[in-house]
Design a protein around this ligand. Structure first.
Ligand SMILES: Nc1ncnc2c1ncn2[C@@H]1O[C@H](COP(=O)(O)OP(=O)(O)O)[C@@H](O)[C@H]1O
Ligand SMILES: [Mg+2]
Length: 359
């Protein structure tokens, strides 16, 4: 099996690639910045360093919000061509905190109350009705850098003025008092493979490791595990870091991270998370290959000649405008000629083509 990890070449990605080499025959480490997508009416193609992207059985693609659209495009055009642990939508949703909260709400996943408004006047109105303290966040901040804390309407109002002056969009969120701690759970498939509690320094409200937070291992209760797995699934990511705040009402999800750093959580838990990810990727890829194992044209012809068996091909479809163009092998194997009359039986999700015997 051949895999590619497309990333910003962080240490976490290097660890993951290294672990993947135990399970895959070949693992290419590609850099997101050398990726290019060409889209025209009929085709969409991915290029790497100016050449068409090689064929892979598995592509694990991660990067920052700056590359969200590029990665979403790549994931869209590679869909069905290999196993990818992250769905196209995940790149735009997980890299935007407002879209993340919306998605969580749609899936009934517990989260802090979150507000957004279109005007400064409406935002001030929201702020005047909040219980303090509150949190204001940039939709695309990471490592705690876009998280602002306001302990009164007065400070929130002046932050609001500064943000609108800078044309910086933001969301407003109820503050969950966790004593400056949060939980980072790493979800792989339908399991939490490791979790840590991060605690910020006493004078700090953010618990991110990059903001000086310290991680310690934690065994999550079933409800927190279930919430983390649900959040990862809702994001559309088989591999996902889920940030949760422990409230009196139970765990509240504040973020899903499709490119979670591994150093902090490995240091805290001593669990070889890169290995767990690599093993999972290999298992999923093997499963995907098994399913895909479409027979070759020759096999299909032989099958059909030797018996009355049906034959099946698993493939993505070639669309010409809004029409489906069937593969050539379908024409050949069916023996249907252009002059034949056919009956097309259409069900939702199923189409049958039947030659009519009108002789
Ligand atoms: N609603 C909130 N209430 C209390 N603390 C919060 C809240 N939202 C974020 N924080 C703190 O700020 C940190 C960073 O927030 P998060 O939404 O995960 O953004 P980032 O992408 O920067 O990590 C969290 O880990 C948590 O410690
Ligand atoms: Mg976070």
């Amino acid at each position: 099996m051949k895999a590619a990890i497309i990333s910003l070449n962080s240490t976490s990605s290097k660890w993951t690639a290294e672990a993947m080499r135990k399970y895959f025959k070949e693992v290419d480490e590609l850099s997101v910045s050398d990726l290019e997508i060409n889209i025209s009416g009929r085709t969409a193609e991915a290029f790497y360093k100016g050449k068409p992207l090689s064929e892979y059985d598995c592509i694990y693609c991660k990067g920052s919000f700056r590359y969200a659209q590029l990665l979403r495009s790549l994931a869209t055009i590679m869909q069905g061509k290999c196993y990818m642990p992250i769905s196209p939508e995940a790149y735009t949703v997980a890299h935007d905190k407002l879209l993340t909260q919306l998605m969580l709400q749609q899936h009934n996943i517990p989260m802090p109350k979150t507000y957004i408004s279109s005007t400064v006047k409406a935002a001030r109105e929201i702020l005047s009705n909040m219980n303090y303290p509150i949190i204001m966040k940039f939709p695309q901040g990471t490592q705690g850098k876009g998280v602002l804390f306001a302990d009164s309407f007065g400070s929130a109002s002046s932050i609001l003025d500064a943000l609108s002056e800078l044309k910086q969009s933001f969301i407003i969120q109820e503050y969950i008092d966790t004593d400056s701690s949060d939980i980072r759970a790493i979800v792989v498939g339908d399991k939490v493979v490791g979790a840590m509690m991060r605690r910020g320094s006493p004078e700090e409200k953010r618990s991110n490791i990059h903001a000086g937070g310290v991680g310690e291992p934690i065994e999550l209760d079933d409800a927190s595990k279930e919430t983390a797995v649900k959040a990862a699934k809702a994001t559309g990511a088989d591999i996902c870091g889920v940030d949760m705040l422990e409230s009196v009402k139970g765990p509240l999800v504040i973020e899903t991270n499709i490119s979670p750093g591994l150093q902090g959580v490995v240091k805290a838990t001593k669990i070889d998370i890169a290995d767990k990810i690599a093993k999972f990727l290999a298992e999923k890829t093997a499963g995907w290959l098994e399913k895909k194992k479409a027979k070759t044209s020759k096999d299909i012809m032989k099958d059909l000649r030797s018996s009355d068996n049906e034959s099946n091909i698993i493939t993505s479809l070639d669309y010409r405008g809004s029409r489906i163009l069937l593969p050539e092998i379908v024409t050949k194997a069916s023996g249907i000629k252009s002059a034949d009359q056919v009956e097309i039986i259409i069900n939702k999700d199923k189409v049958t083509l039947k030659k009519l015997d009108i002789s």
